[in-house]
Every structure is written in structure tokens, then in C-alpha cells.
Design a binder for this molecule. Structure first.
Ligand code: SIN
Length: 483
């Protein structure tokens, strides 16, 4: 049967393209690549491409950043795949930045021991890669999109997946398939301040939990240290770590370069930088990034330059106010090395999945690597196991089918309550620094909201996992259990 992919960011698109010529249907709410986190990714894609680098060194850095919770086999698998991922993306039309000798231009980001982050159009990597893959998919007859469709429930019979219910053109439809791949992105929109689009509230987690899939490491939400601290937008503009890789540094309003004494300084792992900023802000100081020494700023960082200009800031002249912001969910649906979940027929790729690569703290720019590599790995496994599709496109009307399962994600998203109270609870009690009493309070407050709101159910799962982890590790910082 034809596999159905939910989500059209880099993970979903990579899988769809890697499966070609096997037919695949991609369910997308806004259109291919639209309103995904992938489009917003700036820094790039980590891969051992430099002559001073190797997959083993990339693996070591990933393991060190992951604070003891990475799966070493997964780390070895993904870091080995880095160069193949870049090659594959280039074969699909992506044009990674190269120097005049034809070598990839590589940036440095936090906790990487060498320059390893490949990018496309400077800091517009996510947008440029997505554009290339959308273009390629449009020219690939085996990839079909169901646009304007929202996945509302996965169907199972016995233990196995038998279909996906979607809301499309005002009607609930059943897509009959034995293979559903969730590539729905992260959950940052559960917090008040996030770099994620509003749709990234964990819908894939809710869909998977609805059929009893095992979820793992949900407490680990990475807070990016340097989002632009401006109040006006739903998505906080990101100031890429690559700026610090080129020499920008953090200062407080007393003019102190407060990272100077911290091991790794401004390029320490994200959890270290984010908590140092948090301590400054908590003691009443303001924090900014000083990028005034960076030359050719608009050419090298066109996205950050544009975001700053929209806020009336000039990086050549102004300090850029920053604060930690919910950014990347390291936990997710537990998957094996090819993306299979614990429910037969249900797969997951990209941020919604937990592969074991990131552990407790993702190494910068490993997420685009993981998203594309998972697409390739899942495609290999599906191609090995897959029979030729019996019917080309699996759209059927649910009226002719077995009774519909209860929606895990609401049929009418406009019927959902205002997310502000939920986001306030997550921000106050399940934020960068947590405590047992705060987490208990979050659970108490989330329980009544979760009766009606699947977003609050996901928040409740995260808060419960955070309560259970009585230690500080990576991105999960417990002030009542400092080590
Ligand atoms: C950044 O450019 O700092 C973000 C990249 C990432 O989150 O890996």
C-alpha cells in the first residue's frame, strides 16, 4: 500500500524523495514546506566534511554535548552518514556554499571541536534546502501532496496501522494505508516564547500517543540561548550560533563578557550558555550579543540581518538583545535505527522522533542532519519491506468505512481554547530551570486543560517526564537537584 507521510518539512520531503519511484502521499496543512521549522533553520547541517574532521570526531562532540543520554550506535550511524546526506541533498538540487576552490564553506557552532556546519545561502540554510526539495518533489511524479489536510487520528486494527484520518476540505476522510510516517516537527509552541511556528505544538506526539506508541525523553526541550529579545512576534527571531562561531560574544548591561570564565566560553554547549544567560537575567541584568566586529554581515548572515532590520537594529552598530527561547525538542516518539515506532506500521522522522542522537542536549546543527538522514534510512527500510502498491492513491471517504476513531487532534482547530494559559504554565513551571514544586504545580494546572485540549495533554506528558527526572542533565535543569 502507499505510505502516507504527515508533514512536509525536510524530514518528510527527504523521505518522499528517497522513496522515489515508489508512490507516496504527503499530507500537509499549508502546502509543501510551508510553516515548518525547517524553513526557519539558520545555522546549517553538521557533517564531517573538513580535512581536519572525521565522523568519529563528530560523534565524540555529539556524545559530549548529549550529557550521557545519547545512544552511541545512533550517534555513530548519523555522523557516518553526514557526507552522504550533503551529497544527496546536492543531487536533489541544493547548492551548499563553497569557496573559490570548490570546498564546502564550514562554520563553527557551540560544542563543535572543528568547523563542521555546512550551509546554503549563508544563514538561510533551512529555507534554501526546503526550496530545493519542494522544487525537486514537484518534478517527481511518485510524490503526491494532499494540501490543506490535517491529520486527526491514526487507525489501527489489532496492533497494526490501517489508515490515517484527515480533515480535508471540511470533510473527514480515511486514507487507507498500512504505513504512516509522522514527520510533524517539534513542540516549542507550547511555550510563550519559541523559535517554532505556531503549529509546532506536538501534534505528532498526540497522534502517536493516541495509538499507544512509546514516547521517550520528553523532558528534554532545548532552549536556544540567543533568540532576539523582542516582544512583537509569535515566533522569536533566532540569532544563529554561527555568529558566535565567527567571534560575536555575549555581554550584560554592565558591559561584562560574562562567558569569559566559563569553559568553552561563548561556544560552550547550548545548555551551558542558556543557563548562564538565565542566571544573568534572573539577577536583574539584561543580556545582548555584541556582533559589531563581524565584517560583511549582510552577505554572511542575510537572515539575521533582515530580522534585525525588521526590529530597527543594525548589528554593525547596535548590541542585539537576546534571551533563551524554546527551540528544539530532543525527546519524542521512540524509533529504531530506521524510524519504526513501537506500533507496527507507524514510523517517525525528524524532530518528532527520538532516535538517540541528541541525548539530553542536541549538538548544534545535528537536527538537519538527522532529519534528512532519517528520511534516507526509513526509505531504505521501507523499500526493502515494501510490496508494490496495490492501489495508487489511498483516498477514501470515511462514510464507507468502519466507525471513525476518536480524534487525537481536533477536527476543528479553531475550536481549541486560547493557548495563552497553557503557554504561561509551561513557561513558568516547565521552562529552562525547573523544580519539583513547580512541576507539581504545572501538572495540577494542566490536568483540567488537558480534558479538552490535546496541546495541554502533550504539555502534561512533558511536565510529568520532567518531574520524574530528579537530576539536572543537559537541557533539563532542576534547581532542586543541581547535579
Ligand atoms: C543556530 O543557527 O544557532 C540554530 C541551529 C540549530 O538549532 O541547530
Amino acid at each position: 500500500m502507499v505510505p502516507v507521510i504527515v508533514g512536509s518539512g525536510l524530514a518528510g520531503l527527504s523521505l518522499a524523495l528517497a522513496l522515489a519511484p515508489r508512490p507516496v502521499l504527503v499530507v500537509t496543512t499549508q502546502g509543501p514546506g510551508q510553516t515548518t521549522s525547517s524553513v526557519l533553520a539558520q545555522g546549517g547541517l553538521a557533517a564531517a566534511l573538513g580535512t581536519d574532521d572525521s565522523p568519529a570526531q563528530h560523534a565524540n562532540d555529539t556524545l559530549r554535548a548529549g550529557a550521557g543520554l545519547c545512544d552511541p550506535e545512533a550517534v555513530a550511524r548519523f555522523t557516518r552518514l553526514g557526507p552522504r546526506v550533503v551529497q544527496t541533498l546536492e543531487s536533489w538540487g541544493a547548492r551548499f556554499d563553497r569557496d573559490s576552490y570548490g570546498q564546502h564553506v564550514l562554520s563553527l557552532e557551540g560544542a563543535h571541536s572543528v568547523r563542521r556546519v555546512a550551509h546554503v545561502r549563508g544563514d538561510s540554510t533551512g529555507a534554501a534546502l526546503t526550496e530545493a526539495l519542494v522544487h525537486r518533489a514537484a518534478a517527481t511524479p511518485s510524490v503526491r501532496f494532499l494540501t490543506g489536510a490535517r491529520a486527526v487520528a491514526i487507525r489501527t486494527e489489532g496492533e497494526h496501522v490501517t489508515g490515517l484520518d484527515v480533515l480535508h476540505e471540511g470533510r473527514r476522510q480515511r486514507l487507507g494505508t498500512d504505513t504512516v510516517i509522522l514527520a510533524t516537527g517539534g513542540a516549542g509552541a507550547l511555550w510563550e516564547s519559541t523559535t517554532n511556528p505556531a503549529g509546532s505544538w506536538g501534534a505528532g506526539l498526540a497522534l502517536a500517543a493516541g495509538v499507544g506508541a512509546v514516547l521517550r525523553n520528553l523532558e528534554f526541550m532545548q532552549f536556544h540561548p540567543t533568540a532576539l529579545a523582542v516582544p512583537r512576534r509569535a515566533e522569536r527571531p533566532l540569532i544563529s550560533e554561527a555568529l558566535r562561531g565567527e567571534g560575536a560574544f555575549l555581554v550584560n548591561n554592565l558591559g561584562e563578557a560574562f562567558m569569559a570564565d566559563v569553559p568553552g566560553r561563548d561556544l560552550a554547549p547550548r545548555d551551558v550558555v542558556a543557563s548562564a544567560i538565565h542566571r544573568q537575567i534572573h539577577s536583574g541584568r539584561r543580556v545582548a550579543l555584541d556582533a559589531r566586529g563581524l565584517t560583511d554581515f549582510a552577505q554572511r548572515f542575510p537572515t539575521v540581518a533582515r530580522l534585525c532590520a525588521e526590529e530597527g537594529l543594525d548589528p554593525a552598530r547596535d548590541l542585539l538583545p537576546v534571551e533563551p527561547t524554546a527551540h528544539y525538542h530532543m525527546g519524542g516518539i521512540e524509533v529504531d535505527g530506521a524510524g519504526r515506532t513501537s506500533v507496527p506500521g507507524l514510523w517517525a522522522c525528524g524532530e518528532v522522533a527520538c532516535t538517540g542522537l541528541h541525548g539530553a542536549n542536541r549538538l548544534a546543527s545535528n537536527s538537519l542532519l538527522e532529519a534528512v538522514a532519517m528520511g534516507l534510512l526509513a526509505a531504505d527500510a521501507l523499500s526493502e519491506s515494501g510490496n508494490a502498491p496495490s492501489a495508487p492513491w489511498p483516498v477514501e471517504d470515511s462514510a464507507t468505512e468502519a466507525p471513525a476513531p476518536e480524534s487525537t487532534v481536533p477536527d476543528d482547530p479553531t475550536s481549541l481554547p486560547d493557548p495563552a494559559p497553557l503557554q504561561a504554565i509551561m513557561t513558568r513551571h516547565v521552562g529552562l530551570v525547573r523544580s519539583e514544586s513547580g512541576l507539581r504545580e504545572a501538572i495540577r494546572l494542566l490536568q483540567p486543560l488537558a480534558i479538552q485540549d490535546p496541546r495541554a495533554q502533550v504539555g502534561l506528558l512533558i511536565a510529568t517526564a520532567a518531574l520524574a527526572r530528579r537530576e539536572s542533565r543537559g537541557a533539563h535543569i532542576r534547581e532542586d537537584a543541581p547535579v
